[in-house]
Write a protein that binds this ligand. Sequence first.
Ligand SMILES: O=C(O)c1ccccc1N[C@@H]1O[C@H](COP(=O)(O)O)[C@@H](O)[C@H]1O
Length: 219
Amino acid sequence: MTVKVKICGVRTPAILETAVAAGADFVGLVFFATSPRNLGLQEAASLVEAARGRVATVAVMVDPDDALIDQVAQTVSPDLLQLHGHETPERVAAIKARTRLPVIKAIPVAVAADIAAADAYAGIADEILFDAKAAPDAALPGGNGVPFDWRMLAAARPPFGLSGGLNPGNIAEAVRLTGAHLVDVSSGVESAAGVKDEELILRFIQGARGATQQQAKAS
Ligand SMILES: O=C(O)c1ccccc1N[C@@H]1O[C@H](COP(=O)(O)O)[C@@H](O)[C@H]1O
């Protein structure tokens, strides 16, 4: 199994090129006003145009209303959507029907019981992404660079994605321990909030690929 890698919070053409050259499968474009990775619609549309056919683009949104969904779908035209808020299964289904785009649904995890929340999205979300639940006083619902205890994912139904505090130093262990088929990183490949680092992106993707090979040998 080859682990898919998503580099989230891409904001510049140069970092898009780094992610493509390093072999990323997905790049994430964030639409969340208070995030240091937030993008305007036109900036994002330019990045999607440059990415088309080379790496899949994911629009990351948090409890978006229909107006934002329509603006992103029509102006930016990403390949997928990532819903990172409190979207119910019904809302996810409605957004999919409205946009005809595949949806990644983030499930926040703090305690083992949180894993079961994913079940309600079976057959609705195209991908489940287990992410660390943000602290109540956190400014962002995601993208905080904080991991959760991956051992809780023993109760998760594969396939699933993993995010939250991943970085070049822990990605190999994360893949080996969880068996995630998709890994998603933002803070862990940044030199400062919202500033992606080319070297960290390269090392992260190499670490994910290396872990895949070891896992394949062991099975
Ligand atoms: O990255 C952001 O700014 C962001 C804002 C709002 C919702 C989600 C966001 N990012 C997602 O958060 C996780 C974990 O990120 P990190 O690696 O711990 O920094 C990841 O799925 C991002 O797509």
